[in-house]
Each structure stands twice: as structure tokens, then as C-alpha cells.
Design a protein around this ligand. Structure first.
Ligand code: ATP
Length: 595
């Protein structure tokens, strides 16, 4: 068994730097766009810094009649600077946002490709709702980093640093006042920013809870309404929404406080500088234009520092999201191919052997779902598993499908331990009809084709025919092209089951696993499907779970399970003659026949 560990929801994500490194691996391939974005960013920042100078020159020289040509030149230079700034800013926006969108699309694909290979165990420990929110909400947050925050940060950083230097050169005295405020602001940003980051993580977790709760209740709406639990559900949902609001409120309170301090301090400093500057202009130490230039630059620099604080907390929020995505990307499937997987023969015989298997579900480590379980199903044999609910019947199929590996013992196919094979290659040889039929929001034909993607239309039609489903398919509005709606809610239970059977028929695999495959059928369709299944079972190894013993009377061998152990086996008649659990079950189901 793989010893990879899955990170739990409550574990904090990795450090911030490591998170950004994950993002970098996604950004790296787009070097051309990065270079262009960087170039336009530099040009835009540089022109922004030149604007105050150009305006200052206009004020000092542009309003005089002495040299009309020079006046025009000053204005022309200003317009040229503005044009360059506009073009550079637009191009920077395009390339940076392009990188953000592209990277997020790539991350979404990578995360999904990882998720789809993970073992069922992962989704027992992590709610699918929460995972979906990571795929959508967290990636959107990451998009803000890559597609805007980083560029905003760099731009403002350049403006802040270069502007500060410029201000010092222009008037060390005035800059001195500003310099007093900046370290104070930086200290506040760092301390408060850390708090905002923690609060936003809590807030995002709460929102994920809300989504999960709504998803759960809405997908089981008929149960909620049948048990008239609408009010209870609405109340519970309301409580979680309020929790999420309270968490968000805490975050925005801190951020609002931060905003207040920033604005107040920055503008107080500006007022002070203005006051002092006005004195200098009056004494002639500075021209009016220089004063304007200084003030404008100071406003730009202050704006840049303000933006830096804003972006800093945004970056932190997104770093949390990147951390969670990195976790998903590094989650390892517990069930995977070993380094040197053993190849199965090209043509599988279908001999199945459970060799002294003991298995506990990971979420229930104290109770063995199967214990010392030995079962040998010969190639081509049909074996039924019966027993009370919770006896371990479905577990046998789960292990055979290799959704889990047993803690001890081995499941072998044609003598090869399936834990040593590549699960994908191995599952090619299985066709599975589960207890709860899964129908995808697609057409009937595509739902059946899920069994084998390269099947022709004719093969799909034959599979549907063999599953006794042709009649209802033909009656459907658009025949095979009828759209089945989310989760197949437009079909009856029996119709859904026949689609699932058609899917398994189309798969044409040597091993057939049926979990209560005919439970939702009416007597007439059951007879038809039973015939189809019997035909299908010929020459294949079949394991069938049945609650209704009538469906398994004809099988080669019946295994009676109780509490994860085999308590009896034989044909129907032998088991009835033997008495015990099977006879009790048979008596309950068709008393007079078994008696
Ligand atoms: N995913 C799971 N996680 C934890 N425990 C599980 C899981 N699936 C089944 N179990 C437990 O394992 C035991 C065997 O369950 P299993 O589903 O194999 O029984 P079953 O015979 O198929 O029952 P049923 O006829 O009701 O489907 C039960 O105690 C059940 O609660």
C-alpha cells in the first residue's frame, strides 16, 4: 500500500514562498508574454514618474508670452509622454491579464487531472464541495495574483522607490517629513497584514462550508421535502451563512481600520509638506512649478505606498489559495501503479482469488469490513454474494475494482496480485454496474458510450437492445440523442439501471461486477434484463450482489456473507437444505418455495 499522506483540511498550507514557487512553475512557460509585460510595465512606470516634471515645466515656463515656441514644445512633450504612458499601460494590462487567465486555466486543468486520479478515500476525507470551491474560488484568487496583483505591486514598488529618491533630490527637507511617516506605515502594514491573512483564511473556509451544505441539501432535495425538513435545512444553512458573514466582518473591520490609518497618515503628511512648501515658494527657495512637481510626485508616491498595502493583503489572501491548490497538486493517489507494474496477460482468463484478505475502511479503522476472506472464482464462473446489509458484499467489489488495497492478504487476477498492477490497465478488464446508477448530464448515447468511448453508433444501439432499453429510448423525445439532465433525474430508476447495464454490455470486459443490477426494475423488464445479463455472463467471470434471492437461484455458486466473513457457500438448493442464515433469508423472501 502506498504510504503517501493526504493533507487534511485543517492543516495549514505550506509557507508563502513555497506557494508562490508553485505558481512560478505555471508562469514560467510564458516567457515571451512575461518579457513584454515587464517591458510595458517599466515604460508605464517611468512615464508616470516623468508626468509631474512635465507639468512643473509647463507651470514655470508655459504661461509666458516671451517664447511662444518653447511653450508649445512643453505642451507637446507633455502630450507625447501621456500618449506613451497610455499605450504602455494598455499593453501592460493586456499581457499581464493574459498571463493571469492562461495560468489559471492551466492550474485548473492540472488540479482536475490530479483530482480525477485520486482514490475514493481522498473524497471521504475531503468533501467534494470544498474541493470544487478550491478549483473555482481559489483559482480565481490566484488569478488576481498573477493577472494583476504582482504587476500592480511591481509598478507601485518602482514608483514608490524611484519617486522617493526623486523627492529626496528635490527637497531633502520636505522629504524628511514624509520619511518620518513611511517606516510607521510599513510597520502597520506588516502587522495588520498578517492578521488579515489569518482572518481571510477563516472567512474562505466558512464560505466553503456554506457551499458544501447547500450542495448536499439541494442534491437530496426530495429527501429534504419528503421529511419536511425544509425549515431545519434553511435554518442550518442560515446559521452557516451568518457564520461566514461574521468571519468576513472581522476581516473587513481590520482592513477598514488599516485603510483609515493609511489615508489619514498619508494625507496628514501631505498637508504638512504643502504647508512647508508654501513657505519655501514665498521665500523664493522653490519655484511654483517645482512645488507642483514635488506635490504631484508625493501624491503618486503616497498612492503607490497605499496600493502596496492593498496589494499586500490581496497577495496574502491569494497566497493562502495558492497554498491550498499546491496541496491538491501534491496529493498522491493511494491507489496507483507501483514503480514497475506487473503486466497482466493481454487476454485475461478472469480467474479471481481473494487470498486471506482483511480490510478496514480507512475512515473506520476499528471494524474489519472483510476479515480472513478467502474466495476463489474460477474463470467463467458466476458467483453471487448474499447476506444481510453491511455484511461486506459491496466491499468485495470495491476491492476487486481496486478502489482500496487490503491491509493484509491479496486480491489476485489470473494469479497476479492486482496491487502490483497499474490500476488503469487492470480496470480495462472489468465492467461494473453499481448499486446507484450514475448518469451524466449528456445524451443517452453518450451515457452508454461511457462504457467504451470508441464504440460505434451501431454497437451502442446493440448494447441498448441487449439491455432491454430500446423501447424507452425510442420513446424518448430525441431517441439516442435525448439529453438526460443532471444526474439523469429525467429517468426512472429502472431506466437508469438499464442504461448502466447497456454501458457494461458495451464495455465487453471478461469480468462483470453487478451490484444489485436489477433491483429497480419491474417484473417484466427484470425478466428481459435478466435474460440479457445471463447472455452477457456467458464466458465471463461474474460476481453479482443480490438482495433478492430470486435473481441468483440459477448461479453456479452462492457465497453467504455475514460480518465480513463467509458463513456458507453452495447452490441455492444446497444452501436451503443446509439451513442457517441463507435459509432464513430465503424463508423471509419466498417462504413457501423454500419450505
Ligand atoms: N466508504 C466506506 N467507509 C467506511 N465504511 C464503509 C464504507 N463502505 C462501507 N463501509 C462499512 O463496511 C461494512 C460493509 O459494507 P458493505 O457496503 O460492503 O456492505 P454490503 O453487504 O454491501 O451492504 P448493503 O447490502 O447494505 O449494500 C459496513 O459496516 C459499512 O458500514
Amino acid at each position: 500500500m502506498s504510504d503517501s499522506t493526504i493533507r487534511r483540511e485543517h492543516e495549514p498550507p505550506k509557507g508563502k514562498l513555497a506557494n508562490l514557487r508553485t505558481l512560478w512553475t505555471f508562469v514560467k512557460p510564458y516567457k515571451l508574454q512575461l518579457v513584454l509585460a515587464g517591458f510595458f510595465l517599466l515604460v508605464a512606470a517611468a512615464t508616470t514618474l516623468v508626468v509631474p516634471k512635465a507639468l512643473g515645466n509647463i507651470v514655470d515656463n508655459g504661461f509666458s508670452n516671451d517664447n511662444a515656441q518653447a511653450v508649445n514644445d512643453y505642451f507637446l512633450v507633455f502630450v507625447a509622454i501621456v500618449v506613451v504612458m497610455a499605450v504602455a499601460t494598455a499593453c501592460r494590462f493586456y499581457f499581464v491579464t493574459w498571463i493571469g487567465e492562461r495560468v489559471v486555466a492551466d492550474i485548473r486543468k492540472a488540479v482536475y487531472e490530479r483530482l480525477i486520479t485520486l482514490s475514493p478515500e481522498f473524497f471521504e476525507e475531503n468533501r467534494p464541495g470544498e474541493i470544487v470551491s478550491r478549483l473555482t474560488a481559489d483559482t480565481t484568487l490566484v488569478q488576481t495574483i498573477v493577472g494583476s496583483s504582482v504587476s500592480v505591486w511591481i509598478r507601485n514598488f518602482l514608483i514608490a522607490v524611484a519617486g522617493t529618491v526623486g523627492l529626496f533630490i528635490m527637497s531633502p527637507k520636505l522629504m524628511g517629513y514624509i520619511a518620518l511617516v513611511i517606516p510607521l506605515l510599513l510597520g502597520i502594514i506588516i502587522v495588520v497584514g498578517r492578521r488579515v491573512r489569518n482572518l481571510s483564511r477563516t472567512s474562505q473556509d466558512k464560505v466553503a462550508d456554506v457551499g458544501a451544505r447547500a450542495g448536499e441539501s439541494l442534491s437530496a432535495l426530495n429527501i429534504v421535502q419528503a421529511f419536511t425538513q425544509e425549515k431545519t435545512e434553511a435554518r442550518r444553512f442560515g446559521e452557516q451563512v451568518d457564520d461566514a458573514f461574521v468571519a468576513a466582518k472581522r476581516r473587513i473591520q481590520v482592513r477598514a481600520g488599516l485603510t483609515f490609518i493609511m489615508i489619514f497618515m498619508i494625507f496628514s503628511a501631505i498637508a504638512l509638506v504643502l504647508f512647508e512648501g508654501a513657505q519655501d515658494v514665498m521665500t523664493g527657495a522653490m519655484t511654483g512649478g517645482e512645488m507642483l512637481e514635488f506635490i504631484m510626485l508625493a501624491v503618486f508616491v503616497a498612492g503607490a505606498f497605499g496600493a502596496l498595502s492593498e496589494v499586500y493583503s490581496e497577495l496574502q489572501r491569494a497566497a493562502g489559495a495558492a497554498g491550498r491548490l499546491a496541496e491538491l497538486l501534491s496529493s498522491e493517489a493511494k491507489i496507483k501503479a507501483p514503480d514497475n507494474p506487473r503486466a497482466l496477460p493481454a487476454k485475461i482468463e478472469g480467474d479471481i482469488h481473494f487470498d486471506n484478505v482483511t480490510f478496514h475502511y480507512p475512515t473506520k479503522p476499528d471494524v474489519a469490513a472483510l476479515e480472513g476472506f478467502n474466495l476463489h472464482v474460477k474463470a467463467g464462473e458466476t458467483v453471487a454474494l448474499v447476506g444481510p446489509s453491511g455484511a461486506g458484499k459491496s466491499t468485495v467489489l470495491q476491492l476487486l475494482l481496486r478502489f482500496y488495497d487490503p491491509q493484509s492478504g491479496a486480491v489476485k487476477m489470473d494469479g497476479v496480485d492486482i496491487a502490483q498492477t497499474d490500476p488503469k490497465a487492470f480496470r480495462e478488464h472489468l465492467a461494473f454496474v453499481p448499486q446507484d446508477t450514475i448518469i451524466f448530464a449528456d445524451t443517452i448515447a453518450e451515457n452508454v458510450r461511457y462504457g467504451r468511448q470508441d464504440a460505434t453508433d451501431e454497437e451502442v444501439r446493440q448494447a441498448v437492445e441487449a439491455a432491454a432499453a430500446t423501447e424507452f429510448v425510442e420513446r424518448a423525445t430525441n431517441g439516442f440523442d435525448t439529453f438526460l439532465g443532471e444526474r439523469g433525474t429525467r429517468l426512472s430508476g429502472g431506466q437508469r439501471q438499464r442504461i448502466a447495464i447497456a454501458r457494461a454490455i458495451l464495455r465487453d470486459a471478461p469480468i462483470l461486477l453487478l451490484d444489485e443490477a436489477t433491483s429497480a426494475l419491474d417484473a417484466e423488464s427484470e425478466l428481459k434484463v435478466q435474460e440479457a445479463l445471463e447472455h452477457l455472463m456467458e464466458g465471463r467471470t461474474t460476481l453479482v450482489i443480490a438482495h433478492r434471492l430470486a435473481t441468483v437461484k440459477k448461479v453456479d455458486r452462492i457465497i453467504v456473507l455475514e460480518d465480513g466473513k463467509i458463513v456458507a457457500e453452495g447452490t441455492h438448493d444446497e444452501l436451503v437444505a443446509k439451513g442457517g442464515l441463507y435459509k432464513r433469508l430465503a424463508d423471509l423472501q419466498f417462504g413457501e418455495y423454500a419450505a
